[in-house]
Design a protein. Structure first.
Length: 162
């Protein structure tokens, strides 16, 4: 694997690794690591750094929803203009252009089911180019960004039988 790709993968997995650790793991010098990270940040290859939190393990109440959105694409702009309008809302965590039976996936979080429903009914669905929505509430997270959320007891292992 190319050193630059390995560096990016390591940062994606654990952005708390220091420059010395990254250098040792990639075969680069600390100066090369520092320069590469600076370049990636300037070129917006690295867009930010974020911790993944298991909110279910805290006392914070929150609901996450995945919303399928159908839209009318705009001439010369396709889906970009409506996607940009949607991702401007603070509640929106992610927006993806999809293939298949719907156009966009919008992932949002709110304090309650009612708050999410109000967002969909009052802000998202009424948008001019939105022709339909379907909301799915995430009941439990098992794995996200390669991190497993379920707690395994001591000595628990996964077996696959073929």
């Amino acid at each position: 694997m190319e050193k630059a790709t390995k560096l990016l993968r390591l940062l994606e997995e654990d952005c708390t690794l220091n420059r010395a650790q990254l250098a040792a793991m990639t075969g680069m010098t600390e100066e090369e690591v520092q320069a590469a990270i600076k370049k990636y940040e300037e070129e917006q290859v690295i867009l930010g750094y974020k911790a993944i939190v298991d909110w279910d393990s805290t006392d914070r109440e929150a609901v996450t929803a995945l919303i399928e959105v159908n839209v009318t694409p705009q001439r010369e702009e396709g889906f970009d203009r409506v996607a940009e309008r949607i991702y401007q809302y603070d509640e929106v965590e992610s927006v993806y252009l999809m293939s298949g039976s719907f156009d966009l996936t919008v992932i949002i979080s709110g304090r309650t089911l009612r708050e999410v429903a109000q967002f969909v009914g009052e802000r998202l669905a009424p948008l001019e180019d939105v022709t339909g929505t379907a909301t799915h509430f995430i009941l439990k997270k098992y794995k996200e960004k390669h991190l497993i959320f379920t707690k395994q007891g001591p000595g628990e292992r996964e077996f696959i039988f073929v």
